[in-house]
Design a protein around this ligand. Structure first.
Ligand code: ADP
Ligand code: MG
Length: 676
């Protein structure tokens, strides 16, 4: 459709403003949906207007506008209007344009708020339209999200024109699907989503676009997904051997761990390739479950690999597995990017000959130098994006392993379905017994002295603390300085304690040695950026202080908090939050009242929307134009059903029937907003 510049009343300058909102064509404009509507459809009589009400009235001008300048920068314009029930003052503040607009006897429709001034009713800064020419009064009027320079009026009238100019739109959701799911036709929906006759029509129209948006998203995602269900995976003949491993654990598995382990092992026995996501809150014991699966793979004569996002975590996993597998004759090999060439070569050899039963490492383990002997299981810890690409790399090496993805980011069901619709999901929804919830407090700057005193007391009692500074996005440098400055400041405040500093720009070896010092207890306070976020386990550290907590996503805060409370002592989390806005307050409150990752992430989704849900790091979904993933979960389910049906009929959307949907799905993919 045509460029927005050529729409009447737009031109070059406004076109630029529109383009800031991603609106470049008339079609883009049509899909710029209102954020709400104002009901100006009901007309009132002056006598019925109550103070505080926003009303639409039909009036005759009684005496035209008079200007009074009260102060240098305050112009008040007033006029008197009437209808058959009474008279009313109309007041505009600082509006130079109204004078001379109105003639006695002219009939107008006004829309505005009623107030009272010295006992007399007034209507303030009303929208006005000449009777007979009503466009935005006397009906339900759309309100759009604005940017600077674009007013409601501009958007409303541009939209009205756009709908006229666009003419009849070509429907792209086939009629059988619309019929089956009760979805409104495009032209009807387009008109009514912007300029509805009544709110019922609006709801019907909105539903269509929510359905459409979610359907197209699913179709786009499916294009990136492979059909794994049909792929075959190694068969683990003997899965009962896992009992021998479980017996050696120093604790009984929780029921949720058992259930998850069962689900994993029955996948591995089935002959089909496993593709499973295990979601479990921090501390729910995912590693033990993974270890049990790895044990079973090895006892069935296969190799297994475990991937972690950072070297620190990989190293820790290696130690944990060594401990779990002590005396079982299972050989665990570490492979990370920062290892010396000689060490790496040795590791490669052991992996390719099969001398290594288990490989633990970072992404280094799927690099091309690595050849596996007979890899049958890959556990990806905290790698939500472990997907098609990595799997293709493995497949290129002739390995087609079962995949187990472990995530401590509790994703609300709705999002999980969208992001991981092709994965089976197990949820470990139970913490090992005896865990004390972390006591959490949100505080302001004025509490800083008290918090430092609190820290000092607890450190003297032998505890350790983390202090986390946020990533400041603009420059990585300021981000680094932030943590660095704070650690210097703390060193002067606590001259007796060793303060450590860790950030993402450090070389892995240095990070590791600092982490070692923290684990050994030499470092009392570890100041860091979010690099410690995932997985790290230091039982003696039980205070977590988070600076600028308002900058973090709730799930991320929950993750960070999960670093403490791993020992037997009561743990604390202190959130320094700045700013007074309601959303921040609610979010901090959520952290203080709940230790349940699923609840927290759902609140986050509700309070901030999916765009912010993962922070910027893991943001994998496009911004929704109209759907609300939280409120529209029913439509989400329906659209999923529809997507499935469409794909089973035409997996690559090559038929004429789905041409329009394919075009739109491709657009989502090409914009690079769908993750894989
Ligand atoms: P996460 O799910 O966050 O990865 P971990 O696997 O690191 O959690 O487990 C956290 C701690 O809980 C570890 O010290 C682990 O040994 C312990 N743990 C795991 N399962 C149980 C259990 N069933 N009972 C008691 N402790 C457990
Ligand atoms: Mg873990």
């Amino acid at each position: 459709m045509k460029d927005i510049r050529y729409l009447k009343g737009v031109g070059e300058k406004r076109a630029e403003l529109f383009s800031k909102k991603g609106i470049n064509t008339v079609e883009d404009l049509l899909y710029y949906f209102p954020r709400s509507h104002e009901d100006r459809s009901e007309m009132k009589e002056i006598a019925d207007c109550a103070e505080g009400e926003t009303v639409c009235i039909s009036v005759t001008v009684f005496s035209p506008v008079r200007d009074v300048r009260v102060r240098k920068n305050m112009l008040i314009s007033t006029m008197v209007v009437s209808d058959q029930t009474g008279a009313l003052n109309v007041v505009w503040y600082n509006n130079r344009y109204v004078k001379g607009q109105f003639m006695t006897g002219d009939e107008y429709i006004l829309y505005g708020k009623i107030t009272k001034n010295r006992g007399k009713k007034e209507i303030i800064n009303p929208v006005y339209e000449k009777k007979g020419n009503e466009r935005f009064t006397g009906k339900i009027v759309p309100l759009y999200p604005l940017t600077e320079g674009l007013t409601q009026k501009i958007l409303q009238s541009s939209m009205e024109l756009a709908i006229k100019e666009a003419g009849r739109l070509e429907e792209y959701i086939p009629s059988d699907i619309r019929g089956k799911y009760n979805i409104a036709e495009l032209n009807y929906a387009m008109k009514n989503v912007h300029f509805p006759e009544d709110f019922e029509s609006y709801n019907i129209a909105r539903e269509r676009f929510v359905f459409e948006e979610l359907l197209i998203l699913q179709l786009a995602l499916s294009g990136h997904r492979e059909e794994n269900t049909a792929l075959s995976g190694a068969v683990f003949e003997d899965i009962l051997c896992v009992r021998d491993f479980v017996k050696t654990l120093p604790f009984p598995l929780t029921n949720a761990q058992k259930r998850t382990l069962n689900e994993i092992l029955s996948d591995c026995k089935s002959g089909k390739m496993m593709n499973r996501l295990v979601q479990g809150d921090v501390g729910s014991g995912k590693t033990a479950v993974a270890a049990a699966a790895i044990y079973t793979a090895v006892k069935n004569g296969h190799q297994a690999a475990m991937m972690a996002p950072t070297e620190i975590l990989a190293t820790q996993h290696k130690e944990t597995l060594d401990e779990f597998f002590k005396g079982m004759g299972i050989n665990v090999v570490l492979l990370t990017g920062s290892m010396k060439v000689r060490e790496k070569r040795l590791a490669y050899d052991m992996i390719s000959t099969g001398a290594a039963d288990v490989v633990v490492g970072t992404h280094a383990i799927i690099q091309k130098e690595v050849e596996f002997h007979n890899l049958a299981l890959v556990v990806a810890d905290e790698q939500h994006r472990f997907g098609v690409e990595q799997r293709a790399k493995l497949a290129a090496k002739g390995a087609n392993p079962h995949i187990l993805i472990m995530s401590a980011t509790p994703i609300p069901r709705t999002l999980a379905l969208i992001l991981y619709g092709d994965l089976d999901i197990s949820v470990i929804d139970e913490l090992p017994p005896g865990r004390k919830p972390v006591k959490t407090y949100a505080v302001g700057e004025k509490m800083r002295q008290r918090i430092f005193a609190f820290l000092e007391k607890h450190i003297r009692n032998g505890m350790q603390a983390y202090i986390v500074c946020p990533l400041i996005e603009e420059t990585e440098k300021s981000d680094l300085q932030n943590a660095e400055m704070l650690s210097q400041k703390l060193q002067t405040i606590f001259p007796d304690f060793k303060i450590g500093l860790m950030h993402g720009k450090m070389r892995p070896k240095l990070k590791e040695s600092i982490m070692d010092e923290f684990v050994s207890g030499d470092i009392k306070i570890l100041v860091s950026t979010t690099v410690i976020e995932v997985g790290v386990n230091v039982p003696n550290a039980n205070i977590m202080v988070i600076e600028n907590a308002e900058r973090f996503g709730l799930s991320q805060l929950h993750q960070l908090r999960g670093r403490v409370g791993r020992g037997n002592d009561q743990a604390y989390c202190i959130l320094f939050a700045h700013g007074n806005n309601e959303v921040t307050k609610k979010r901090m409150e959520t952290m203080c009242i709940s230790n349940d990752g699923f609840y927290i992430s759902e609140q986050d989704l509700m309070l901030r929307g999916p765009g912010d849900f993962f922070g910027t790091r893991q943001h994998g979904l496009p911004e929704m134009k109209i759907a609300n993933l939280f409120e529209d979960r029913d439509i989400l389910a329906v659209s999923q059903q529809a997507a499935k049906e469409i794909l089973s009929e035409d997996p690559f959307l090559t038929s004429e029937k789905y041409k329009g949907l394919k075009k739109r799905a491709d657009k989502v993919i090409n914009a690079g907003i769908v993750m894989n």
